[in-house]
Design a protein around this ligand. Structure first.
Ligand code: ADP
Ligand code: MG
Length: 376
């Protein structure tokens, strides 16, 4: 059997998710300022026009197709040993958490992550006779360049009542988590909780525990969840029994040993992309000083560096080390990963300026090319 890793170039896919106008925007009398070009993955805002790999919502494709088109191929790739990453990008309130499913609402989850879990366990079910699987989950948050563990059960727990349901919530752990790079370039998180899971219910419980922890871990919850990057990571290890197959009757005859695969899927709910806070406590527009999230700034610079073909050919430096987020996602951007960015936007005219920023940022990400090598 051929064991040399083959590599393959694969550009970052970018999908746009336009949420509907929400009640608050309707109350303010907002108008829809984003138009989708019929039958094309293209949008127009003012005089600007942008093309993506897919456009969902607001007259574009049905958002329900997003999982099958954008994420299911990544789940399939995991079984072949390909790393994968899904990034939700956009201003606060644009629907990142709704799209990913990293929020806790009415005791149940919707969004891409629960769908990933369903697809993952379905596939395992069909393959379990010839392959042994091991799954681990970690869930962390990067807030002000500090990595916090959202699954640290050893940390102090407190009872809370969420949406009328009493439950236990872990307070984010104090143990320092470090991002390390192995000699083969593989990035690992040292010190974060890795929960071994064997059922869909166990994995869903991790998502729920971490999401609750994220939502209630601070006194100023809105600020916190809009300024932090939440990263839910699934690690899939496989041990596949190899057989040589008889060319005559197609039945396995000789035991050829085992093949090992390991791949990671990062599901990332990024911090809000807006550059400044709009409102102060007294309703006046308070100048808070322009706050730019270090991770998003670095991510933008990494995207610029990778997206510029001329610079890429000259072998220019890519500033992965400028933030925890870009270090952790180093493999996902220009590296060994199938990556999808879901740019989330509001269609409301009051958000037009931020929406335009999101469209520009996400459009540049389409130029990134990843180099895939299966992790055998
Ligand atoms: P973000 O995480 O980007 O700050 P949220 O996911 O919290 O944004 O969404 C903001 C609000 O909009 C929430 O009330 C959410 O329920 C609603 N919302 C977001 N996306 C959709 C959608 N596709 N359909 C309906 N409501 C949505
Ligand atoms: Mg959110």
């Amino acid at each position: 059997m051929e064991m040399t890793p083959s590599s393959e170039i694969c550009s970052v896919k970018v999908a746009l998710h336009i949420r509907p106008l929400i009640a608050d925007e309707r109350l303010q009398g907002c108008k829809d300022c984003v138009s989708v070009v019929p039958r094309l993955p293209q949008v127009q805002i003012g005089t600007h026009s942008f093309t993506f790999d897919h456009v969902y919502g607001n007259g574009g494709a049905e958002p329900s197709a997003m999982f099958e088109q954008c994420v299911a191929p990544l789940v399939d790739g995991l079984f072949q040993g390909y790393n994968a990453t899904v990034l939700a990008y956009g201003q606060t309130g644009s629907g990142k958490t709704y799209t990913m499913g990293t929020g806790f609402k009415d005791g149940c989850h919707t969004g891409l992550i629960p769908q990933v879990m369903g697809a993952l366990f379905n596939k395992i079910e069909t393959l379990k006779h010839q392959t042994e699987f091991q799954l681990h989950v970690s869930f962390i948050e990067i807030l002000r360049e500090e990595v916090r563990d959202l699954l640290d059960s050893a940390s102090e727990s407190k009872s809370v009542v969420a949406n009328g349901h009493a439950g236990k919530v872990a307070v984010p752990g104090k143990s320092p988590i470090q991002i390390r790079e192995a000699s083969n370039g593989v990035i690992t998180l040292a010190g974060s909780t890795e929960v071994a899971v064997s059922t869909l219910q166990e994995m869903a419980a991790c998502l729920e525990q971490g999401s609750l922890c994220r939502a209630t871990g601070s006194t100023n919850m809105n600020n916190q969840s809009s300024r932090s990057h939440a990263i839910f990571t699934i690690t899939l290890e496989q041990m596949r029994k190899l057989h040589s197959v008889s060319p005559v009757n197609d039945t396995p005859d000789e035991d050829m040993g085992e093949e090992y695969f390991c791949a990671k899927l990062h599901l990332v709910d990024l911090a809000g992309s807006e550059r400044a806070k709009r409102t102060g406590t007294d309703g006046l527009r308070l100048k808070e000083g322009i706050h730019i999230n270090k991770g998003l700034l670095a991510l933008g610079n990494v995207i610029s560096a990778l997206g510029d073909e001329k610079k890429r050919k000259e072998g220019m430096h890519v500033p992965y080390r400028d933030s925890k987020l870009t270090r952790l996602l180093q493999d996902s951007l220009g590296g060994n990963s199938k990556t999808v960015m879901i740019a989330c936007i509001s269609p409301a005219d009051i958000n037009a300026e931020e929406t335009l920023n999101t469209l520009k940022y996400a459009n540049r990400a389409r130029n990134i090319q990843n180099k895939l090598v299966a992790n055998r």
